[in-house]
Design a protein around this ligand. Sequence first.
Ligand code: TYD
Length: 223
Amino acid sequence: MTDPHGRSGLFITFEGGDGAGKTTQAALLEQWLTEAGRSVVRTREPGGTEVGALIRDIVLHHRGEVAARAEALLYAADRAQHIETVVRPALARGDVVIQDRYLDSSVAYQGAGRVLGTDEVRELSLWATGRLLPDVTVLLDLDPSVARGRLDADAKPFDRLEAERESFHVRVREQFLALAAAEPERFLVLDATLPADDLAEAVRARVEPLARAGGRGGVGGRG
Ligand code: TYD
């Protein structure tokens, strides 16, 4: 079965502030689905393509000023390339795409964090992607002050976004929660301070019925 976008796979995104544990949860879900026999593509934004890797370098590591609108367009350009060349082909094959960050990150970081306006930024991403929305979005919710402690413990240098003030990250968090409240059927909101195993179980419980459903290709087979 395909939808109007020609999709037949399952599109799952992980969202949340920096340090919330998205990568760990994406890896655990990939492992579980792969063991269940599904073909999985795990990817991320920014940087899921060759073009995207160049854009990622600019948005995260450019030392001079990047204007807020330029930053929003760079993330949207990365997304356009990624969705057209990686994600849509995978969904058309019936694969499960597990993606670290998608358009909700732009709405939260550029729309609310940079105060560019959430509706405009969302519309920009929808234009960039031909209006592709995930089947499930897992929001790992974390207080920015807790997140900052985790990032400090990591001892990696902060990128341009991570280096923003706490008030920026508070706006980002509040916007993610507002997005989840507006689309409860798409979002699963989890408390990122819970143990990783508990989070993984909650994610599996949400994904299992969709992965099993025939329409988008069941666990163990292709729909
Ligand atoms: P991410 O790859 O999650 O960072 P890392 O793996 O290095 O922790 O994301 C990089 C940063 O980009 C993160 O701070 C959030 C930001 N970002 C946006 O501001 N807008 C976007 O649309 C996306 C996808 C990410």
